[in-house]
Design a protein around this ligand. Sequence first.
Ligand code: AMP
Ligand code: MG
Length: 424
Amino acid sequence: MLNVNKKLVLKVIKMLSVKEAQEKILNLALNINIKKVPVSDSLGLILAEDIISEDNIPAYDNSAMDGYAVKAQDTSGADKDHPVELNLSEEELSAGKVPIENLKPGFAMPIMTGAPLPQGCNCVVMKENTQKEGRKILIFKECAIGENIRYKGEDIKKGDKVLKKNRLIYPGDIGVMASIGKSKVLVFYPPLIGIITTGNELLEINRKLSQGKVRDSNSYSLAAQIKEVGALYRKYGIVKDDREILKKKIIQALDECDILLLTGGVSVGEYDFVKEVLGSIGAQLIFWGVNQKPGKPLAFLTYKDKFIFGLPGNPVSVMVCFEMYVRPLIRKMMGQNMLFRNSIYAKASHNFEHKEGRTDFTRVIIEKKDDRYFFKSTGMQGSGILTSMSEADGIAVFPEDKADIKTGDILQIYLIKKFSSSSQ
Ligand code: AMP
Ligand code: MG
């Protein structure tokens, strides 16, 4: 058993405003994890290098159509009623084949899409504008120099910077990198985030509820939020409110992860040991308590180069604190520059009660009427009403310096879903 008094090194410090708490987190120096990954695993990550092509793409002049490689001058005057007649070459050019013969004047050489052009050819007649008659080819349309030819390097030139460092990688970028033979690519690698849920009352997902027990939903909501932001997670299970077990799990998780999320046990209850145990292993308390609802007892600590969030146990507080504090930090570690969710300004559809002097994060439904956005409450706003998170399109910020919200007041709403007025 630990000596509680001796280990009680964490002091309660002044409650911060939301902005102060966010600044404390986001202003800390970060260990950015830059790693080489297979190009197929780089989707949605931020590029950590400039991508320069060592090849011309295409690498050679080639045909954009199935048809005949010809000399433009040999097709002059051809039209539907006056076709030009050319001789069929012996050689046929399919994709992947290297031409052996030069194209002779008065000849048409069959060529498929992507096949390299033979010497002497300066245009390709589409098959649709030709007719084969024995060893003769009738051309029904004049062909201009360069028609249906894809020139060497017309997409990418050798030495071109095709993608710039710090950009978000989209599917098209992956295709481009594959085309220039970039099999591995440097990216801002997503942090690994450990999840520990604490509480003697917690049950695994497949257990039947009984008096005094609740299923552990927090580890599921958090895992989903981490997945949504594109980071990695590792669950360390449900831990009883027991200092020794908690300490062991915390040490293991801090050894393995970049960020540790704990839920429950950070308030002022008799069994709220999280901060105390973190203090006993030498974690530095950056803050405890934010002037907000939900999520007032939020604790943030550092341990060596790791970050620790002591999230309150209430399921809504957990998710809202993740949105407002954990998610921006993860995005920063992933090299993103937009750290916060997109937000809109919308009008209140009804009055809301709000205590001045504290920030409230109210879960709201957004409606669009005549090009204007309106928001209404999801209903009960208790920190245990988890359905408020599943119903919400966004989180409205009721600012510290404002009392009750009146119909028509305009507030900032962080969008937590891909909102569109026609959705659902
Ligand atoms: P605590 O912060 O530990 O006092 O917990 C606050 C409330 O959140 C209590 O009603 C807990 O039962 C509930 N709670 C704590 N952890 C979880 C969890 N992992 N999943 C769902 N509810 C939880
Ligand atoms: Mg608890």
